[in-house]
Design a protein around this ligand. Sequence first.
Ligand code: NCD
Length: 306
Amino acid sequence: MREFTRDEIDYILEKAASLEIYARGERKSDMLAGRILANMFYEPSTRTRISFEVAMKRLGGDVINFSAEASSAVKGENLADTIRVVSSYCDVIALRHPKEGASRMASQFSSVPIINAGDGAGHHPTQTLLDLYTMKKEGKLHDLRIALVGDLKYARTVHSLAYALALYNASIFLVSPPSLRMPDEIKMDLMSAGAKIYETEDIQDVIDDINVLYVVRIQRERFPDPAEYMRVIGSYRITAELLKRNEEVIVMHPLPKTDEVEKAVDSMKQAKFFEQAFYGVPVRMAVLSILLAEWRKATTQSDSSF
Ligand code: NCD
């Protein structure tokens, strides 16, 4: 996310808006006909993998799905070799990997663009783009007062989002148990970008001041010590009662949710997480079409049909 300027993000969001009609299947397109996306997922995924696939297919492209368990990774092949080969079979790769920095490393060995679909506790930039798209649709982006709530230490979605929020002059409230605070390195970057950040342990302190509440689950799989996870389990929860205090606030969540959002919240009008998940399709369409149609056009590898 650190690579993006605000103009570039705005461009992607506008592009996504123009593609929403295709994302909903209301109009057909063959914009990406003949192009192949390789979905390379070394970690579980529902929304990211499927929405990349749907985005590609609804624009007329093809998809190959690679899962680590059924690949030569189990025979001990390293990521660099796999990327070298898979990139010779396709036009773009969406990579999810448990190691931080995996996508950046992969980009050095790939002959096609690599999209980071999540690198360990690092980043998840396409999630951030769809998060911003959701905030824009909800009319919150121009005056954003947002609480990032939960496991801010390990949740990559909030790491990427925080960098983007700094570009939008947002007031950022970091709400987490003490042991799950946003890493210092990210806070320093945000402050040097001029972001207004506030830190607290209790959502009650900020609920009246915000217009977006962005919750993440505790990232159980990232805890090196299960005892540490046991200590924080159930340490925060968004309830219907809390949301009654602020009618204006919308609740977002990258999903999956576990028990950090009370079930009663699902049916409240403030809950936007299911729509948010849908916006993964137009936003990933925008990213794919920029990389495969526009970006290619601007390079020597261009195809005259674009
Ligand atoms: C997130 C992820 O994988 O980081 N999921 C997603 O892509 N929507 C959030 C999570 O797993 O908690």
